[in-house]
Structures are given as structure tokens and as C-alpha cells.
Ligand binder design. Structure first.
Ligand SMILES: [Zn+2]
Length: 320
């Protein structure tokens, strides 16, 4: 059996075929700009599925399921897109529209949850029953897997880890609240903190690094810290402190076997990020049984996690 996942992104539609072992065997990508209404979305998704089948010599009947990962709010039971942030899709009954063309089962899920499911089945979460992903990007995305299933809460909005409050009167967040974790622990936040330090210390090693890079990046402070820059080290320490705060909260509430960190920032060298993070978390987390403390690791599937997770939405059995 083969599985197809489709990732609806802000600029691209990406479709991938996955085998029984959770491996990607073919990928197709196209711009989403030409797709601007519900019917053409369903039609385009089906065309992508048929393209992948043709390319891999697969009959449509050999597909176990098609899974769609979508940014924003989805209604998983009915298979509908309720709302997307940057795309013109609102209240789209995607499953119903898709089944006018095909009888392959279609599942839909929030894209961050798809990434968690991908890592759970085929990446850093293999072997864990309770597993959490935290993705450090523009915001802080996350997904919670409990007893092998995505945790949705009562209304489908569960697992929005980036919007836990870590400062009562903190930075404003696009969600409408203030002091959300992602305002301190996302890659965007790290860049903002780096920029502020650069402006305050225009003669630091950090300033030289940024001038050489030609821009502030999520790596600037780490590069400067490695060169012995106190200003850069301070930015890194503060960032890792905030990262640790959210992770301590997640572990104290859920006590998963594994928590994986993904996104661009997570590619930083272990001695600069993962090791100091583990130290800070270990010092403050509640851990009754040391045999069963949460293992904090890096995510393994990179940008493919969401696509693989979407493909495996219909899967019920673990990959061994
Ligand atoms: Zn927020």
C-alpha cells in the first residue's frame, strides 16, 4: 500500500508518496497562486495525486489514503478547512469535493500536527507513546501525540504550544494575546533579540558577525558566542532560558517519553543549543522517576515531517 500526503503551504502545494516504512518515494510541487477557490483546490489536489501515481506506476486503487496538512483551523471529522491565515480558503468541504472525483479516503489535519505525526511514525518519536514536537520557525509550532494519537483538545485547537503565556505583560502576539512563548522562543524572536543587542553594542564581535553576514540571522548570536563574544553569549543564554521555560511547562504537564525540537534554529551545534537546553530543563523540571525522564532530542525529518505526517494520517498501525 502507498500513502499520499499533501502540504498546503503559503506559496506551494507539495505532494509526496510515502511507502509502508514512512519513506518518501516521490514528490511533486506547484505554486498555489493559481488555486483560488474551493472547487479548483480539490481538483488540483486530485491532479497532483494522479501525477504521483503516474510517475511511480501506481494505480489509484493501490492508495491507502490521501492526507492533507493545512495551516490554520480544520474540522477533521467532516474533512473541511475552516480557516487559513494567508490563503483564500474558508469553510471548504474538501473531503466531499474530493470524493466527487475519487473514492480514496481523504483525511485533513493542521500542518503542525502533521509534522508531529510524521516524526512520531518515521522520525524522532519512533518508539514513544507520548511525544511532543516543538518547531522553532517564524512562530513556535507544536504537536502533542498522546497514546499514539494527535491531541486535539475539545475544539480542535489543542496543541498550540507557541501560545502558552510565559510573560503576563509581555510582547504582543498576532494571536491577540501578549507574552506568548513564540514571542521569545521562535527564530523570529531570536533575530529580534539579536538585533537589539547589536544596536546596543555596535562595537561587539556580534556586530562584526552581522556586518559580515550582511543581515541578522538566527545563527548570528551563536556564531559570535563561539568566537568568545560576551554580547552574543548573553543573547544565546537568554534565548535558551526562554526556550527552556516552555519546554519545562510542557514536560511538567505531559511528561512525554520524547520531546523533539525542529525548525532552522534546531540545526545549531548541540554544545551551543541542545546540551545547555537539557541542563536548564533538568534543573527545573518535576521528575519523580528518573528512569522515565523526558528525552529531549532534535527532530529528524526536517521540512519533510509535515508531508510524511499528512501521508500517514490514515495509518493506524505503528511503523516498526
Ligand atoms: Zn500568541
Amino acid at each position: 500500500m502507498k500513502y499520499i500526503g499533501i502540504d498546503i503551504g503559503g506559496t506551494n502545494l507539495k505532494a509526496g508518496m510515502v511507502d509502508e516504512g514512512g519513506r518518501l518515494i516521490a514528490v511533486k510541487k506547484m505554486k498555489i497562486a493559481s488555486v483560488n477557490d474551493a472547487a479548483s483546490l480539490a481538483w488540483t489536489l486530485h491532479a497532483l495525486v494522479m501525477d504521483l501515481c503516474k510517475e511511480t506506476g501506481t494505480e489509484e486503487a493501490e492508495l491507502f489514503s490521501v492526507g492533507v496538512g493545512c495551516p490554520g483551523t480544520v474540522e477533521i471529522r467532516g474533512g473541511s478547512i475552516i480557516n487559513t491565515c494567508n490563503l483564500p480558503f474558508h469553510n471548504v468541504p474538501l473531503r466531499r469535493l474530493y470524493h466527487q472525483m475519487s473514492s480514496t479516503p481523504l483525511y485533513i489535519e493542521n500542518d503542525a500536527n502533521c509534522a508531529a505525526l510524521g516524526e512520531f511514525y518515521a522520525g524522532a518519536g519512533r518508539g514513544s507513546k507520548r511525544f511532543i514536537t516543538v518547531t522553532l520557525g517564524t512562530g513556535v509550532g507544536g504537536g502533542i501525540i498522546h497514546n499514539g494519537k494527535i491531541y486535539h483538545g475539545s475544539n480542535g485547537m489543542g496543541g498550540e504550544v507557541g501560545h502558552m503565556t510565559v510573560q503576563m505583560n509581555g510582547e504582543p502576539c498576532p494571536c491577540g494575546n501578549v507574552g506568548c512563548w513564540e514571542q521569545y522562543a521562535s527564530a523570529t524572536a531570536l533575530k529580534r533579540q539579536t538585533k537589539a543587542a547589536w544596536e546596543q553594542h555596535p562595537h561587539s564581535i556580534l556586530a562584526k558577525v552581522i556586518e559580515e553576514q550582511g543581515r541578522v540571522s538566527g545563527q548570528s548570536a551563536f556564531i559570535a558566542a563561539r568566537m568568545g563574544c560576551g554580547v552574543g553569549q548573553e543573547v544565546c543564554d537568554r534565548y535558551i532560558d526562554y526556550l527552556a521555560v516552555g519546554i519545562i511547562n510542557l514536560i511538567n504537564i505531559f511528561q512525554p517519553e520524547t520531546l523533539a525540537i525542529g525548525g532552522g534554529v534546531s540545526n545549531e551545534a548541540d554544545e551551543m543549543l541542545l546540551f545547555p537546553l537539557r541542563e536548564r530543563v533538568a534543573a527545573r523540571v518535576i521528575a519523580g522517576n528518573h528512569e522515565k525522564k523526558t528525552n529531549i532530542v532534535k527532530a529528524e525529518l526536517g521540512n519533510d515531517a509535515g508531508l510524511i505526517g499528512a501521508a500517514l494520517l490514515g495509518r493506524k498501525k505503528r511503523i516498526i
